[in-house]
Design a protein around this ligand. Structure first.
Ligand code: ATP
Ligand code: MG
Length: 300
């Protein structure tokens, strides 16, 4: 399968209903590799990842030198879907100076005093940089939609008015916010790591069984698992309403970590490449200075 087809396969179409059951979390191959068995597929995915990482390092260097665009990567997922591992692997080859990661947890009381986009706006990547949001303003239409009591003071009206319209307005606000960013040179990629409920169970059990993974387990993860269906619905609604031409969502299969990483790295690299970035041109005046500097150094 061509790279372009893979990207199209996972992109959430604009303005259509989304059913996550139509997206297979265990996707791991295209028909082309089916005859080769699992090992060959894994090897192929690793090849794609290695190649993408080299390409990504180059692409990031250009992004930085060109310094007109920034790239915002939004990662959302249920617990244990592999956000952390994806960031670690996909960003392993890039220059740390050009990359910033922000992990968003429950908002502080100060943050709750502001509009819901405030704390994220402060962390946006500047031109030339890649910014990663490990969780994002989408939590404000996901976890907060599942547990509306989290709205706290962010609710300017009576409780009974937190209905369909309230959430639709938040989707609109998010779309307008992203539109604004895109118009100002931020390229936005949004990934939903789609892990199955069975695979989440397996990963939780691993966290319980392996002492070095115990710290990763939190009781609230178990509690949220109890709301699986509510989250699924919240994700379906949010992704369908906010996958736009300029800021698309991708539903990434997440039951196999090596697939998640290869696909994300591929989409990030392909997207930066499409910007047709160039190293800044050296003017005649600057060229003269280079020649002069060279002469001076040679004369030392
Ligand atoms: P891991 O996959 O390792 O568990 P994590 O991203 O879940 O990583 P945690 O510290 O476990 O990190 O959890 C962060 C928590 O903060 C999540 O439960 C998330 O739903 C919550 N959170 C993030 N943003 C908001 C928000 N705007 N309002 C309320 N809760 C939020
Ligand atoms: Mg968690």
């Amino acid at each position: 399968m061509l790279r372009k087809d893979i990207i199209d396969l996972f992109r959430v179409p604009v303005g259509k209903k989304l059913k996550l059951k139509d997206h297979n979390p265990g996707w791991k191959q295209s028909a082309e590799f089916e005859d080769f068995g699992k090992d060959a597929v894994k090897e192929r995915a690793q090849e794609v990842l290695t190649k993408s990482l080299t390409d990504l390092a180059q692409a990031q260097d250009l992004l930085y030198a060109d310094s007109r665009y920034s790239l915002l990567i939004v990662l959302q997922a249920m617990d244990a879907a592999g956000k952390d591992g994806t960031i670690k692997h996909v960003m392993s080859g890039v220059n740390p100076q050009g990359c910033q990661v922000f992990s968003f947890k429950k908002p502080s009381s100060e943050e709750l005093q502001h509009n819901f986009l405030w704390r994220y706006a402060k962390c946006l990547p500047e031109r030339g940089r890649i910014g990663i949001f490990n969780r994002s303003y989408y939590e404000d239409v996901l976890v907060v939609k599942v547990h509306p009591e989290l709205l706290g003071r962010q609710l300017p009206r009576e409780k009974e008015q937190v209905g369909k319209k309230f959430w639709e307005e938040r989707y609109e606000d998010i779309n307008a916010f992203e539109q604004h960013l895109v118009r100002n040179g931020t390229v936005i990629l949004k990934f939903f790591l789609n892990v199955s409920k069975d695979e989440q169970k397996r990963r939780f059990l691993e966290r319980l069984e392996r002492p070095e993974k115990n710290w990763k387990f939190s009781a609230s993860d178990m509690a949220e698992r109890g709301f699986w269906d509510d989250y699924t619905k919240a994700y379906e609604d949010a992704l369908a309403a906010t996958s736009t031409g300029p800021a698309p969502w991708y539903v990434i299969p997440a039951d196999y970590k090596w697939i998640t990483r290869a696909v994300v790295a591929d989409i990030v690299t392909t997207t930066i490449r499409k910007l047709n970035l160039k190293y800044p041109e050296v003017t005649d005046e600057q060229k003269k200075r280079l020649v002069e500097a060279r002469k001076k150094l040679d004369a030392e």
